[in-house]
Structures are given as structure tokens and as C-alpha cells.
Design a protein around this ligand. Structure first.
Ligand code: TLP
Length: 343
């Protein structure tokens, strides 16, 4: 099976399995797991922040970050196409009494500054809930893995500072963004007060995310992680795989980007599909099936019968994600499978 539903399907490399097996471990809730401590130091350094905290998932990393920044009864400004808004079970509202204020997302993944300005309510009017945080997503998943321009991040940071608001970046795929831009991830992270990124997507570790920020932020995140049930014990076994991910898997993301481009260009030749090649900047390809013999559901079923799995990511659009488990030959087979079922 050619698995293109997500880069979350990546399997750990042999080096990760070995590192996990031999990892030195301790009780991380006491701060005594040397491998977790090493991963947290490495992550903070790579992202150019003071400190980091290892999290079980991107969802918990985002939730924890929002909880740190937003007092109960305040609003978090999120893109109306963001993962936080769509796929994280409304956690900030449920757990934190925080209101999601959805801001329109442009096709390039940015939230227009005027729309952010409009979403911030007049704090002098006691009828309104106050804004407490702006969240961005980079790369942007539902916009097709697009990369937010650094100039835009700088603009949001300037705007947020003027309004006294912190910025959080959901950087689940921040390394894809960094590789696409040819910059260090710290150059992206400098525009945010906190960032979460995932080890378990394109970097192929089996589990885990990190939140990074200043020392005070990370201290508070650590307490909230415990509250949410994410305080883990001998989790150095997982952190060891994460260290291998950060040390050896970033450079190869260019292959995933090249494969996504190859897939998108192949699909663009097939009648009955609509695809915007401009949005194919990293490892995600999004397209629509216009052939009226198929719904998106029946298209995905037919594709699966031909040995290829893709997923749906809103409005019936099909998403294919390239990753460590996908070769250029797999991409060619996937294009051929799509061509056959639309013939
Ligand atoms: N996204 C998943 C699905 O839930 C859509 C995927 O397959 O892409 N931020 C972003 C931008 C994400 O894409 C995801 C996962 C998360 C956060 C959540 O990370 P996890 O799955 O580790 O909780």
C-alpha cells in the first residue's frame, strides 16, 4: 500500500529503534530523564528559544501553549482553516474556558492583519471578551503545506506587540517550512513567543512534540502538561528517537518536497482533476476531483483498491502527503493509479 494519507504514518528508522532501546532513562516528572533533558536542550537551541518541554502530541502542545497564554474567559485568535480550530477537539474551550475567535485565512495560509485587527475587541467595553493570543500555522496544513513568508511573520509580530498580545506558531511542520525557505528554524521561531513542533510527522519519530519559548513560559507549560495528564516517566525511550529525528531527518525533507512536486505535476496532467501547483511548496498536495462519476468518498475508495491511500481535508478536497516512507517510484505508481481510475 502506498500510504499518502499523512506524514503521521512514517515509521521510525532503524537508528531510532536502536536509540530507543539503549536510551538512558529516568523519571521525567522529576526532571531526571537525561535523554529527555538532552532532547529539550537540543530543541530549544535549534529553535533559538530559552527552553523546551517534551509533549506527547502536537494537540497537547498547542493546547498547553494556549492555556499558558490565555486566562479563562479570553479569546484566542485562530485561522478558520487552522488545525487548532478544526482538528483539536475544541480543547481550549473545554479545558480552559477560552473562546476560539476564527479569523479568515487567505489561500496562502496568512491571516490578514486587518482581519486580526477587527477580531480584537475593544478592551474598554466590559461586554467583550478580551483577546489574549494570536495563533499562526506554519506550514499551513489545510492550505496545502504552504510556507508563511518571513516578512509576514515579522508583520504579525509587530502588530501583536503593538496590541500587547503574544504570538504562538503551530509549527507541526516548521522544519518543512525552514527547509523550503532555506533558513534555520530559529529564523522562523524568532517571530513567535511560543512554538510547538512535531517529531512524529515528516521527521518520522514514533511520537512527540516540543513546545519552546522563554523559561517562564516553559515552566508554566510543564505544570499544565502534568495537569492534562501528559507528565510521562521513562520517556527518554521516545526522546531518544526524537533526537535521532532532529539530528538526521531534517536534511532529507527536501526529498519529500521534490516528491510532492513530482506528484502534483503528474496529477496536473490528468483530466478531471483541479490542482493549484503554486500551493505545492513542501510535502503536501491538495486537489479536487471534478469528474462527476466520483464523489470524494468513492474516489478514495477506488484509489485504495488500486493500492494508494489518500485522505480528505475539508470541502471534499483530497490531500496526499509525501514522507520518509514514500519513494519517487511510489509517486509514479500513485499518479498511474489516479490516471487509471479517471480513464
Ligand atoms: N494533523 C493531522 C490531522 O489531524 C489533520 C495530519 O494528518 O496532518 N498542527 C498541525 C498543523 C497538524 O497538521 C497536526 C496534525 C497537529 C497540529 C496535531 O498533531 P498531533 O497529531 O501530534 O496531535
Amino acid at each position: 500500500m502506498i500510504e499518502l494519507r499523512s506524514d503521521t504514518f512514517t515509521l521510525p528508522t532503524p537508528a531510532m529503534r536502536e536509540a530507543a532501546f539503549y536510551a538512558q532513562v529516568g523519571d521525567d516528572v522529576y526532571g531526571e530523564d537525561p535523554t529527555v533533558n538532552r532532547l529539550e536542550r537540543l530543541a530549544a537551541d535549534m529553535l533559538g528559544k530559552e527552553a523546551a518541554c517534551f509533549m506527547p502530541s502536537g494537540t497537547m502542545a498547542n493546547l498547553t501553549s494556549i492555556l499558558v497564554h490565555c486566562p479563562r474567559g479570553t479569546e484566542v485568535l485562530v485561522g478558520d482553516e487552522s488545525d487548532i480550530y478544526h482538528y483539536e477537539a475544541g480543547g481550549a474551550s473545554v479545558v480552559g474556558g477560552i473562546i476560539y475567535h476564527a479569523v479568515p485565512t487567505r489561500p496562502d495560509g496568512t491571516l490578514p492583519i486587518p482581519a486580526l485587527a477587527q477580531a480584537i475587541r475593544d478592551a474598554s467595553d466590559s461586554q467583550f471578551a478580551e483577546a489574549a493570543l494570536i495563533c499562526l500555522e506554519n506550514t499551513h496544513n489545510r492550505c496545502g503545506g504552504v510556507v508563511l513568508p518571513l516578512a509576514y511573520l515579522a508583520e504579525v509580530q509587530r502588530f501583536a506587540r503593538e496590541r500587547g498580545l503574544p504570538v504562538h506558531i503551530d509549527g507541526a511542520r516548521i522544519f518543512n517550512a525552514a527547509v523550503a525557505l532555506g533558513v534555520r528554524p530559529a529564523e522562523i521561531a524568532q517571530y513567535a513567543d511560543s512554538v510547538q513542533f512535531c517529531l512524529s510527522k515528516g521527521l518520522a519519530a514514533p511520537v512527540g512534540s516540543l513546545v519552546v519559548g522563554d523559561r517562564r513560559f516553559v515552566e508554566r507549560a510543564r505544570r499544565l502538561r502534568k495537569m492534562l495528564g501528559g507528565g510521562m516517566r521513562q520517556v527518554g525511550m521516545m526522546a531518544a528517537a526524537g533526537i535521532v529525528a532532529l539530528e538526521t531527518m531534517v536534511g532529507r525533507l527536501v526529498e519529500d518536497h521534490a516528491n510532492a512536486r513530482r506528484l502534483a505535476e503528474g496529477l496536473a496532467q490528468i483530466p478531471g482533476l483541479r490542482i493549484n501547483l503554486e500551493t505545492v511548496q513542501t510535502n503536501i498536495v491538495i486537489f479536487e476531483v471534478l469528474d462527476d462519476r466520483y464523489t470524494w468518498q468513492s474516489f478514495l475508495e477506488a484509489l485504495s483498491r488500486h493500492g494508494v491511500r489518500m485522505g480528505e481535508l475539508g470541502y471534499g478536497r483530497i490531500r496526499a502527503v509525501t514522507h520518509y516512507g514514500i519513494s519517487a517510484d511510489d509517486v509514479d505508481l500513485a499518479i498511474e493509479a489516479v490516471r487509471r481510475i479517471l480513464a
